[in-house]
Unconditional design. Structure first.
Length: 435
């Protein structure tokens, strides 16, 4: 059962190491510019209007600006807005739902949570004859077209990576880096993807961690595993299809292209935890252009064994929610890995304490540049391993000249905002001084 044996590759995304020790002190950077600007802090939650279910990874942006964030696994967001933008509108969008536009000056600020209810909006596809469609056949065709739809030669990519850990609602660790990715051909099962850090930095407030040092293993290596068109074992093989039930839930447009929305869930007869979610399959090419899915956590004991590396005695750690997202970008008839995000929430119970604590980990990567010319596979000593802890591979605010005036990591900024502010430095750089 190759599918089930290889599921641990995905669990690495949130593989955790716990050590029982007292920690103190705080690492933080100094804001060089912008201290005088007044900010409005908006907090909100985006939910389905009918069911009240949180909408994960919904986009919340300020109109006519570059300010935007993405909702977390609870459908919540925090957005810092400069005073010059208070007169603008907040735009909320989510696939399959009607966009919402809300005047910022009509919203409550700071500690108040604004509830935003989204209504579903299936988008009719013009001139398509609606007839019964077999979702299993659509998925089979998508699997069969992977070799044609995705790149057959290696690529070198530049990407921006961010990693955060929250204790309840407070950030205790934030790290980000410009990384380089060796992307192996999709039709090759032997050559594996690899990443190496070009520039990185971190900021940790370990005082908030108390006696539990919370570490996230895998980092950039693990979020690349979310490229399910390349790492097909757990979801996209003819063998793995035997463990899932598929249904056609919608037909929508993404970037002007009609897509099937195929929902999948593990069969009731399968005992070992698998995944559930949605595949967005482009109608003409049968390319999988996006995927949103989560890990089945109904069997808490089995799920914990996959997510938790080690923990101190007297502590119970239970994964509560695990959500993932992957997106691809099309160029010249081929689809390329463009973005992935993993967010997992854990409940921590101390046997001698009355109240429990929640920790939430987030890893996110976005590709900013790509080339297929003169691509050389990284040397083994350069590559990050899935056992590496990203926060141990970078230092606090390394190379302030590179990060410029943005010498404070803003956890509430979107990764898109971070890319925009460093856009000139996120192209392929010479590696002078890096070797």
């Amino acid at each position: 059962m190759k599918t089930l044996r290889n599921i641990s590759l995905y669990a690495v995304i949130v593989l955790l190491a716990f050590t029982f020790q007292t920690v103190s002190g705080s690492g933080s950077g100094e804001r060089k510019k912008g201290d005088q600007q007044t900010y409005l802090t908006l907090k909100g939650k985006v939910v389905d209007a009918e069911t009240g279910i949180p909408l994960v990874f919904a986009t919340v942006s300020v109109s006519e600006s570059n300010v935007a964030v993405v909702t977390n696994i609870d459908g919540e967001f925090t957005l810092k807005i400069g005073e010059v933008l208070v007169s603008k509108n907040l735009e909320i969008s989510y696939l399959g739902y009607k966009n919402q536009v809300i005047a910022i000056n009509s919203m409550r600020d700071n500690g108040y949570k604004n509830m935003i209810r989204m209504e579903t909006a299936p988008i009719p596809i013009k001139e398509i004859i609606v007839k019964p469609l077999d979702p299993d056949a659509i998925v089979e065709k998508a699997i069969g077209r992977i070799g044609k739809n995705y790149e057959s030669v290696p690529n070198l990519m530049t990407a921006f990576y961010r990693e955060t850990i929250r204790k309840n609602r407070s950030y205790v660790s934030i790290g980000e880096a410009v990384v380089e990715i060796f992307k192996a051909p999709y039709a090759n099962d032997i050559r594996f993807d690899g990443t190496r850090i070009y520039k990185g930095r971190k900021n940790s407030d370990v005082e908030k961690v108390d006696t539990l040092l919370f570490k996230l293993q895998g980092g950039t290596t693990s979020v690349l595993q979310l490229d399910i068109a390349k790492n097909t074992e757990a979801i996209l093989t003819s063998e793995s299809m035997k463990y899932y039930d598929y249904s056609l839930s919608n037909v929508i447009e993404i970037d002007g292209r009609p897509h099937y929305v195929i929902d999948f869930v593990q069969k009731p007869s399968v005992d070992e935890p698998l995944f559930m979610g949605s595949l967005y399959i482009e109608m003409d090419s049968y390319a999988i252009t996006e995927a949103e899915f989560g890990f089945n956590l109904s069997n808490k004991e089995a799920a914990s064994s996959m997510f938790i590396r080690k923990k101190p005695l007297g502590v119970d750690v239970t994964p509560e929610i695990a959500t993932y997202r992957t997106k691809y970008r099309e160029q010249d008839g081929k689809w390329y890995f463009a973005y992935s995000r993993a967010e997992v929430k854990f409940k921590v119970d101390w046997k001698k304490k009355l109240f429990h604590t929640y920790y939430t980990t987030m890893s996110e990567i976005a590709v900013t540049d790509r080339t297929a010319e003169e691509v050389i596979k990284f040397a083994g000593k350069e590559k990050l391993k899935y056992t590496d802890v990203f926060s141990e591979k970078v230092s606090s605010f390394v190379d302030p000249d590179f990060w410029g005036e943005y010498n404070v990591i803003e956890p509430d900024q979107s990764i898109e905002s971070a890319i925009r502010r460093l856009s000139r430095k996120l192209k392929f750089s010479d590696r002078e001084g890096q070797e």
